[in-house]
Ligand binder design. Structure first.
Ligand code: GLP
Length: 237
């Protein structure tokens, strides 16, 4: 595990963007796994800037998002699809058909989960997985639980996550209660993982993730078992 500590959130975004851009320059047809949330906003901002400066192209990249809320159309302003259009997809040369995200608005969600896994498999799996970290230790929407799911599945969000994500909605009651998320197995099979963690509120959970026992109550702790994990944080550990 490599830990890179930077001074603040802005430096985190810049460093993450350079890290991802370097991967793409090395392998232009990389398959990326991408996160949403507040933490990666800076990374997308600087990736767009690197693209605008002609320093990186996403023309041959394929990208799979980690998760999406159940019940929201991709056009819903709080959907993760809308987040990705606003911060990244719409601003770089990534082909529209190469940018994938689970469809939380499908009536047959089990079929949608299978479709998503098959698409990832057909792409040859994830090369570079970027992750944020939930306050309760979740990655994607793999919540603390008695067991972890391997592949894409529907998950009931915990009260803590609903509360944490309420800031993106008008009212807590509007936050969907379920989500579709890539499973822990798919995440762990990524060849390289970049975990982004920002803000002192996550200091305790980050210490548990990196140095605590590996267990399902802190889903991200399983990342300790990954052979190529880089942690990029503005938290002094
Ligand atoms: C959401 C997402 C996660 C993300 C987490 C942390 O629940 N499903 O993928 O990592 O929030 O978000 P933030 O970066 O806003 O703290």
């Amino acid at each position: 595990m490599e830990i890179i500590t930077v001074r603040d959130n802005q430096a985190l975004g810049q460093t993450a963007a350079r890290w991802v851009a370097r991967e793409i320059l090395t392998s232009p047809d990389s398959v990326l796994g991408l996160p949403t949330g507040g933490t990666p906003v800076g990374m997308y901002h600087y990736l767009v800037r690197l693209f605008q400066e002609g320093l990186v192209s996403f023309g041959a990249v394929r990208a799979f998002n980690l998760d999406e809320y159940v019940g929201l159309l991709p056009s819903h302003p709080q959907s993760y699809a809308a987040f990705m259009r606003e911060h990244f997809w719409g601003k770089v040369d990534l082909a529209p058909e190469a940018a994938e995200i689970p469809r939380g608005d499908r009536t047959d969600l089990a079929a949608e989960c299978r479709r998503y896994d098959q698409a990832i498999e057909r792409a040859g799996g994830i090369d570079v997985q970027v992750l944020g970290l939930g306050l309760n230790g979740h990655i994607g929407f793999n919540e603390p639980s008695h067991n972890l799911e391997v592949r894409t599945h529907v998950v009931d969000l915990t009260p803590a996550t609903i509360q944490a994500n309420a800031r993106f909605f008008n009212r807590e009651a509007e936050v969907p209660r379920q989500a579709i998320t890539m499973g822990i197995g798919t995440i762990m099979q990524a060849r390289r993982i970049l975990l982004l963690v920002s803000g002192d509120a996550k200091a305790d959970i980050l210490r548990k993730v990196l140095y605590g026992p590996v267990g399902t109550e802190v889903p991200a702790s399983i990342l300790q078992l990954h052979g190529d994990l880089t942690v990029l944080t503005d938290i002094k550990l």
